[in-house]
Write a protein that binds this ligand. Structure first.
Ligand SMILES: [Zn+2]
Length: 321
């Protein structure tokens, strides 16, 4: 898995906002990839009215909600982000893109997200008969992705996130409805959840999903704001979690691609991404940036375990974990 990047993703910007071009500039001089403008893929998730509204609001540089800004380039940049997500799905690569996508529903831009990049790629794969397993380890719940696929079994959505936290969704009893019942799995982690619990629960669930769901493709909403030094959340993960998540995925699945979501500490973000790539590419954890793996305090562990118990009850034993 390699990085897909283009300087176009620096053009979406405003004054002092955590979701800023510096997040990508922090990676230094990345090689640029040729990316197609993904405007034609928006229809996979969005109706014309929504797309037109985002285009017009962006033209005027309006805020789409309290946290979600646009400037005159945002619409175009977001179209390229969707194009990069499709390219990542085709090539099994990591789209290092912004704006992020997993909070955007089919009808609402929110949480720094205009269009849901990973959802667009999943729909593109569904149209080609592929069943997709989404692993969203961003520290926030991907309410948009959950919402878009809530009634289908063609996409299985798994999220680990801090709870309570923005956007307020992602409790264990949100499991999907209709054909989608049981195809949403939420792991709401208490603040200060550390590497041990994060890696432990993914190690338990992912092999079961491999056996039972047998996805054709795995789509990773790769957000890194669960890192202990991230300014927006209070999780306690280190680069070791991202390395282990990558390793776990590559040891269970063949076709994997990823899209960048959050991660707002520009000093650690490139290390988190490198760790994930080392893991997914079956390489040694040889980062110069070293962190000791973290362990959760006893009260966090107790709360986490009680939530996992509730999660299993909510799913009526449908999944064998
Ligand atoms: Zn996030």
């Amino acid at each position: 898995m390699q990085i897909i990047y283009n300087r176009i993703f620096l053009e979406h910007k405003t004054n002092s906002h955590p979701e800023c071009p510096e997040r990508l500039l922090a990676f230094g001089d990345l090689e640029q990839s040729e990316i197609e403008n993904g405007e034609k893929y928006l229809r996979l998730v969005y109706n014309e009215e929504y797309t037109k509204k985002i285009k017009n609001d962006s033209k005027q540089g309006l805020n789409l909600d309290a946290d979600t800004y646009t400037n005159s380039k945002s619409y175009e940049v977001a179209c390229y982000a969707a194009g990069a997500a499709i390219k990542a799905a085709k090539e099994s690569n990591l789209a290092l893109i912004r704006p992020p996508g997993h909070h955007a529903t089919a009808g609402k831009a929110m949480g720094f997200c205009l269009f849901n990049n990973i959802a667009i790629a999943c729909k593109w794969l569904n149209e080609r008969g592929k069943k997709v397993f989404v692993v969203d380890f961003d520290g926030h719940h991907g309410n948009g992705t959950q919402d878009i696929f809530y009634t289908t079994d063609k996409v299985l959505y798994l999220s680990t996130h801090q709870y309570p936290a923005y956007p307020g969704t992602g409790w264990v009893n949100e499991i999907g409805t209709g054909r989608g019942k049981y195809y949403t799995i939420n792991i709401p982690s208490p603040p200060y959840t550390s590497d041990d619990l994060f890696v432990g629960i993914l190690s338990e669930i992912i092999p079961v999903i491999k056996e039972q769901y047998k996805p054709d493709v795995v789509a990773v909403s790769a957000g890194f704001d669960g890192h202990k030094d991230d300014p927006l959340l209070q999780l306690n993960l280190t680069v070791n979690s991202y390395y282990e998540a990558g390793k776990l995925l590559s040891s269970n699945f063949k076709n994997i691609f990823a899209c960048l979501e959050g991660g707002y500490n520009t000093e650690v973000l490139p290390h988190c991404v490198s760790a994930f790539l080392l893991g997914i590419n079956n390489q040694k954890m040889n980062l110069k940036f070293r962190e000791s793996a973290t362990a959760s305090a006893a009260n966090v562990q107790r709360e986490f375990e009680s939530r996992i118990k509730s999660l299993k009850l909510s799913h009526d034993g449908f999944w064998g974990f």
